[in-house]
Design a binder for this molecule. Sequence first.
Ligand code: SF4
Ligand code: FES
Length: 248
Amino acid sequence: MKLYLKIWRQKDAKSKGKIVDYTLDGVEGDMSFLEMLDILNEELVSKGEEPVEFDHDCREGICGTCSLQINGEPHGPDRMITTCQLHMRKFNDGDTIVIEPFRAKAFQVIKDLIVDRSSFERIQQAGGYISVNTSGNTVDANAIPIDKHAADMAMDAATCIGCGACVAACKNASAMLFTSAKVSQMALLPQGQIEATERVLGMVRQMDLEGFGNCTNTGACEVECPKGISLENIARMNREYMSASLKG
Ligand code: SF4
Ligand code: FES
């Protein structure tokens, strides 16, 4: 198929970006979206032009780096997948595809389609961990009884890959879905109780410091999340935050 691509090009964080038009022929339905971009880049390089920079690593829906806004939707038109799992059969011959970086104040564009998502790492560092004794006398995790339902919910929350689609989908650029998943995966388990108060207060404080917006329960984040992270996690984080604030 032949595609008309409109791609955001931006030299660096300080430069002004713009949409540039490209025409790409010979795209197969079985190709992934990133393979389509690989072919475009091969053509650009063979013509002596700068390739389009985009983030990717695993190409298996695991690492969360392949974050692209495709025709206005994070990770494109399909559901429960990342950009690297999107196939070109979702598009038709002659389609125009607009490809942009994820847009949010806290996700500065570094180059072309690559944004700086280190704000997510700083939120994690503000409390997204547990402290355990690693001296050799550590209690085996399997020796601690955990309610099956709680374990399942914690595991569901832990599937968040930190891609940032929730932020890009939100009209407030809120990171509540991401942060609440990272809070919930600990809050639901006994191992997460000891640091629970500092965790939720620290992570929410860092989320605000990074410049993410607030949640107004629109639910766009849940719709666009490639891992199906539920809004229930936001409700849980709000409860955790309220109770931690009263203790603090
Ligand atoms: S909550 Fe979903 S959309 Fe947000 S960072 Fe995690 S996996 Fe990505
Ligand atoms: S490249 Fe790792 S999730 Fe897409």
